[in-house]
Design a protein around this ligand. Structure first.
Ligand code: PMP
Length: 398
């Protein structure tokens, strides 16, 4: 009998996710983790307390499919404050298992197999895998690396003609991630206006992944909701989550906000993926979102100080790096050190310095564009970042 591989053809190229591979190597060398994007500290006590209270207040059975009303109300009120758009918690908000599950819910809900979906590279890997699992074709548009050396503050940018050329009669959706992982790019109003114009012209739906929406370091670069641009409110699905904003990535509370018709599509998929999300954590998430000002500003201060420390260290070691105006990550160019590629460089710093980072080719369709680049996470305790810096300095200065 002919044997057949266990893994499906569409998933075979992505069998082992990059984070799993790096984490395994990092554990072997007891490395300081500046790799995966989660804090090594907890979110605020008042939110943890709210979760404990919810458990003891009997909120322990299945939640409604669309989410606990108190959380949907908090999400709708927050989105309304931020965007100025009306948002009905009953018909426009769906609570998901992190943004991770909001992404396939949105893509599966609106796309047919064979549709094309545009995404920007570098991308968060679940953007591409959601498209592929839906039987759709990912169409990458490159965010080009800005020129320069040392500290580069210019953003990664797409070429308008390349974006326009990506839209075809088969395009169903475009995925946008702003603020962006891994570059920290915050899409400008001009860039979003061009995306909006093309979406309207080609009757395309925009899926916006906004998980870093609060982690902004440059007042000149505010987060803009694509849904607020003219003509976009009815064709945008806005995704976000609690994880980054509250340093509670393990809670996996996320959401999708969209006009009622689009929300029906998202829920059509969501109901068969998880149906509903951890009930007590939803109650606590509502408390968190209603008291955001008590935590997020101090988190932003911490992240900025960490970014500055890591950036200065990379600069003092002679790396070119891309100074991020948002988020958890900083990208550096390792090529001055003479390694064959990003994996070789990362293996070297894990095994020789005990510092873990992520090779950026994993975030590209055109993998050669990522080979010169490595991503460091600074969403850690200051002492963790300092330990990573000391180890890198010891390796590269010797
Ligand atoms: N989108 C992006 C761009 C991310 O970086 C991440 C987490 N690394 C996610 C989505 C996943 O979000 P969540 O933890 O809410 O599932």
């Amino acid at each position: 009998m002919a044997t057949r591989p266990f893994i499906a053809d569409r998933l075979a190229p992505f069998a082992t996710n990059i984070f799993t591979a790096i984490n395994t190597l990092a554990a072997k060398h007891n490395a300081v983790s500046l790799s995966q994007g989660f804090p090594d500290f907890d979110g605020p006590d008042f939110v943890k307390q709210a979760a404990a209270d919810a458990i003891f207040a009997h909120h322990n059975q299945y939640a409604p499919m669309s989410g606990v009303p108190a959380l949907r109300q908090a999400i709708a009120a927050r989105f309304g404050r931020d965007s100025g758009l009306p948002c009905d918690p009953d018909t426009q908000v769906t609570v998901t298992c992190g943004c991770t599950q909001a992404l396939p819910s949105a893509v599966f809900g609106i796309c047919n197999p064979g549709d094309e979906v545009i995404l920007f590279e570098p991308f968060f890997d679940i953007h591409r895998s959601s498209i592929i699992m839906a039987g759709c074709t990912p169409v990458p548009v490159t965010l080009h690396r800005p020129p320069g050396s040392g500290r580069v503050t210019a953003p990664f940018t797409f070429r308008p003609e390349e974006l326009a050329a990506a839209f075809t009669s088969k395009t169903r959706a475009i995925l946008i991630n702003t603020p962006h992982n891994p570059t920290g790019k915050v899409f400008t109003r001009e860039e979003l206006a061009l995306i909006a114009e093309l979406c309207i012209k080609h009757n395309v739906i925009a899926i916006c992944d906004d998980v870093y929406e609060r982690l902004l370091f440059d007042p000149a670069l505010p987060h803009i909701h694509l849904a607020t641009l003219p003509g976009m409110a009815d064709r945008t699905i806005t995704l976000s989550s609690l994880g980054k904003t509250f340093s509670l990535t393990g809670w996996k509370i996320g959401w999708a906000i969209a006009a009622p018709g689009l929300t029906l599509a998202v829920r059509a998929a969501h109901q068969f993926l998880t149906f509903s999300i951890a009930t007590p954590l939803q109650h606590a998430a509502a408390v968190a979102l209603n008291r955001e000002a008590e935590y997020t500003p101090s988190l932003v201060q911490l992240l900025m100080a960490n970014r500055d420390a890591l950036a200065d260290a990379l600069g003092s070691l002679g790396f070119t790096y891309y100074f991020p105006p948002s988020g958890y990550f900083i990208i550096a160019d390792h090529t001055s050190r003479g390694f064959a590629d990003d994996f070789a460089f990362v293996e070297h710093i894990i095994s020789r310095a005990g510092v873990a980072a992520i090779p950026c080719s994993a975030f590209y369709h055109h993998t050669e564009l990522g080979r010169p680049l490595v991503r460091f996470a600074f969403c850690k305790k200051p002492e963790t970042v300092a330990a990573g810096i000391d180890r890198l300095k010891a390796l590269f200065k010797s």
